[in-house]
Design a protein around this ligand. Structure first.
Ligand code: FE
Ligand code: CA
Length: 542
């Protein structure tokens, strides 16, 4: 979906943006507190490290390389991915780094002062992957909070805090997930993250639209001062890298990474609006679009703490699953890369419109055969009490027609793939899939919905609740379609995030909203709470 138009710039926001630019200059100071709860000033890096092989020379970097912060992600019960990218000049194509491999030391400690380092080592940052680092720090204890940092020469990174999952053999009583998505830099500030870092979360699930590829202003300085995207529409690796650099320079986003491990999915804007598999929105040459996907996927990998293979071309498997003891199993899925084309383009506008024969073809898939088989096998094999489908886009259906018109849909989401939806819902409805819940994003508004095989059939049974978190900053879509969609229980078009607190007996979903996305200091506005009781397929307002 495509929000439009810049927001007016108030004097207050302009001054705030200037202050942010000042903060950017201050990034050259290595060891500032990042402001995340639990984070501390990094200390003396002069500690012995264990390395194998001949030592690599450490280049003399006159400018601090940790401008983009650090991050952790994809926690398991004994390991977590630690990420950083060395970029002393974040808007330069090479990040301002020499064309050479660079050794990066890393440390994991049980305290923010690094008095008790329990894992450490040396990774190699290579020019081919933008001097990004993905360390899989293993040998950790389950359900334990750790702190981590990186060291290059005299430069010490900010400190991140992370947490492992509960032991896979355990029966945890509770687990809390923050849900975030859609953070268009050009349409608002990340005040939501200032509140999210104060939550007591085990993990953040980010469902997609981490960047927006659309064209912005001509210089990074203007982009930061005016809160706009920077550069032409991103197509090349250099352009995607610059886009991630702009977003990741935001200190509120960095703080959210520094506070919790993230599980990151992508949606469309990490590549191009409303793409599906090899097909773009604008009838691009397929070979050209493959190159674009390869560039976009590589930049995504280079900037995020994901346990996936390093990218090599226009295919990158990112679907993956996580066991939270026997309390929950999370299935994180990808609905773009392996998707069949968006249907009915002859009769739709911007992929909005009525159905057509193509839409109803039984074999059509937005998951692809391999991912579908993996998902269905995993759901059937799961013994978890809760089975969470971590899903980028609205699944429960939305008829967006005006009163008196024939039904119409957003054909780029599950409504463009109704038979695929039916297959998923049928598996979620099987007896051995305990308490399925769908957690979603993308819409730029919050929803609670009843998921059915046919969303508009009043006789179809409700199979699972869908909880859809609103956008962090992307322009909200405020048209209320609930009158034509009895499966929608709740709709709120404000920016914010979602907190899902799981226990053995219930899932409590707190919808949080920022009062003013144009204010980086915005307070939260009153939200709403829904509860799913184990054994019930619906979420009820509390
Ligand atoms: Fe979005
Ligand atoms: Ca999207």
């Amino acid at each position: 979906m495509e929000p439009t138009g810049p927001r007016p710039l108030s004097r207050r926001r302009f001054l705030a943006a200037l202050a942010a630019t000042g903060a950017l200059a201050a990034c050259s100071s290595d060891d500032g507190d990042d402001g995340a709860p639990g984070a501390t000033v990094a200390g003396d890096p002069g500690r012995a490290t264990t390395t194998t092989g001949p030592p690599l020379p450490t280049p003399d970097l006159p400018v601090a390389p940790f401008t983009l912060g650090v991050a952790s992600g994809d926690p398991l019960d004994d390991r977590v991915i630690l990420w950083t990218r060395l970029a002393p000049e974040p808007f330069a194509a090479d990040g301002g780094m020499p064309d050479a491999d660079v050794p990066v030391r890393w440390e994991v400690a049980t305290d923010g002062g690094f008095g008790d380092v329990v894992a450490e080592g040396e990774a190699v940052a290579t020019p081919a992957l933008g001097h990004s680092v993905h360390v899989d720090a293993t040998g950790l204890e389950p359900a334990t909070t750790y702190w981590y940092r990186f060291i290059v020469g005299d430069h010490v990174s900010p400190v991140g805090r992370t947490r492992t999952l509960p032991a896979s053999s355990s029966s945890p009583e509770a687990f809390t997930i923050g849900v975030a998505n859609c953070q268009d830099y050009g349409s608002g500030y990340y005040a939501a993250y200032r509140h999210l870092v104060q939550e007591d979360l085990d993990v953040v699930a980010f469902l997609g639209d981490y960047i927006y590829e659309r064209a912005g202003v001509d210089t990074p300085e203007e982009a930061i001062a005016l809160r706009r995207n920077y550069g032409p529409e991103a197509v090349t690796l250099d352009q995607y890298r610059a886009r991630y650099a702009l977003y990741k320079l935001d200190t509120d986003l960095q703080a959210a990474h520094h506070a919790f491990p993230w599980i990151v999915l992508w949606d469309d804007h990490e590549v191009a609006n409303n793409y599906a598999g090899p097909v773009g929105e604008k009838g691009e040459d397929p070979a050209e679009f493959d190159r674009r996907r390869a560039a976009a996927y590589q930049a995504w990998y280079e900037h995020l703490p994901v346990r996936v293979d390093p990218p090599d071309g226009p295919d990158l498997r990112i679907w993956r699953d996580f066991a939270v003891g026997d309390l929950a199993h999370l299935f994180a899925i990808d609905v773009r890369q392996s998707s069949d084309p968006i249907p009915c383009r002859a009769t739709s506008t911007l992929d909005m419109g009525p159905g057509c024969a193509e839409r109803d073809e039984p074999e059509r898939s937005n998951l692809g055969d391999e991912q579908e088989a993996w998902l269905f096998d995993g759901l059937r094999a799961s013994n978890a009490r809760w089975n969470l489908l971590v899903n980028p886009v609205l699944m429960s259906g939305l008829d967006i027609a005006e009163q008196g018109e024939d039904p119409a849909y957003y054909l780029e989401v599950w409504d463009g793939f109704p038979e695929q939806r039916r297959r998923v819902v049928e598996v979620l409805d099987e007896e051995d899939v305990s308490n399925p819940v769908v957690i979603s994003g993308d819409y730029h508004a919050a929803f609670v919905a009843d998921l059915k095989a046919d969303p508009w059939d009043p006789d179809a049974p409700v199979v699972a609740p869908e909880l859809l978190g609103s956008s962090i900053s992307s322009l909200v879509f405020s048209t209320d379609h609930t009158a034509r969609n009895p499966q929608i229980r709740y709709f709120d078009p404000r920016n914010g995030y979602l907190v899902c607190r799981l226990s053995r007996d219930e899932l409590v979903a707190d919808f949080r909203y920022v009062a003013d996305v144009g204010d980086p200091d915005s307070p939260l506005a009153p939200g709403a709470t829904f509860v799913v009781t184990a054994g019930s397929p619906t979420a009820e307002r509390r």
